[in-house]
Design a protein around this ligand. Structure first.
Ligand SMILES: C[S@@+](CC[C@H](N)C(=O)[O-])C[C@H]1O[C@@H](n2cnc3c(N)ncnc32)[C@H](O)[C@@H]1O
Length: 286
């Protein structure tokens, strides 16, 4: 798919999802964002750029840590997400935050104007993220840092779900996910630069970073039921996949997923899935 058309699809999907994004009784992006911020440790007075900020899962905790002398700019390609983040910042009384609609792949911002760049589950949506990372490096001051998260891609699992779910999701659907997400074995043997830590590190070094640290940690995701999980999956990147399914196929996939997810519950208890997340941090090499 052509880049502009792909970006329009991503924008539409997140515009439609924005009002319920991460507010469906499933905890995932918010704890992940908090953990990313904890790992990079913004300092008082830092100027922070959050690329693909969504509703502020990393932007707001970072803004609190940098305090009134710091400045946090959140950019997102989806105007509805930017609106929700603005409302959330107001609701939480976080005043040092600015929000703008902007393509994070080509940020129109002054060189060397940020101490820290963040991108939780968002840098991974950029069609040519490796080239974009070099542009992100240029926005950082000397010694500036970057921190982003990604799914942990393995050859036989679908992001967010344990291996047993792989066979429940039609392979044809993977074509609707961002190219860099395709697990190698599942989709035309495409290579994902995010899959192997060595490739990821090489990409960051190539983009002008050093001191690359890659740590995979589980985020404990909980959902009150299989139905709640599937509803939630419509409010994030998987929406791109659902919207391509004819109604009957979507209904059948929903039934398969809900049945398998509910089988993981202990009676009426929640579904708990330890979802591996990759935390990547690096420092600009100047
Ligand atoms: C899975 S959400 C993550 C949002 C947020 N960082 C969080 O952790 O909740 C991905 C976000 O990336 C944004 N996004 C996707 N492509 C983008 C691009 N080219 N430029 C800026 N934002 C983009 C989407 O609109 C969406 O808000």
């Amino acid at each position: 798919m052509e880049t502009a058309a792909y970006k329009m699809k991503v924008t539409d999907a997140f515009n439609e999802a924005a009002s319920t994004y991460d507010r469906m009784g499933v905890e995932f992006f918010t704890p992940m964002g908090r953990r990313l911020v904890e790992r990079v440790g913004p300092r008082p007075g830092d100027r922070v750029l959050d690329i693909g900020c969504g509703r502020g899962a990393t932007l707001l905790p970072a803004a609190r840590l940098i305090g009134p002398t710091g400045h946090a700019l959140g950019i997102d390609i989806a105007p509805a997400m930017v609106e929700e983040a603005r409302r959330e910042a107001d609701r939480q009384g976080v005043g040092n935050v600015e929000l703008r609609v902007m393509d994070g792949e080509h940020p129109d911002l002054p060189a060397r104007s940020f101490d820290l760049a963040l991108g939780s589950y968002s840098v991974i949506f950029l069609p040519d993220a490796r080239a974009a990372l070099a542009r992100h490096a240029a926005l950082l001051t000397d010694g500036g840092r970057i921190g982003f998260t990604s799914p942990v891609f393995t050859r036989d699992t679908f992001p967010f779900l344990p291996p047993m779910f792989t066979e429940l999701i039609p392979l044809s659907l993977l074509g609707h996910l961002p190219e860099s997400w395709h697990p190698e074995r599942l989709h035309r043997q495409l290579h994902s630069w995010l899959e192997h830590p060595a490739d990821l590190e090489a990409a960051l070094v190539q983009a002008g970073f050093t001191d690359v640290e890659i740590a995979d940690e589980p985020v404990p995701m909980t959902a009150v039921s299989g139905d709640a999980w599937v509803d939630w999956s419509h409010t994030q990147g998987m929406r791109l996949l659902w919207q391509h399914l004819p109604e009957a196929e979507a209904a059948a996939l929903r039934t398969r997923l809900v049945t398998a997810l509910d089988a993981l519950r202990d009676g009426d208890g929640p579904v708990s899935i330890a979802v591996p997340v990759r935390y990547v941090t690096a420092r600009v090499a100047r």
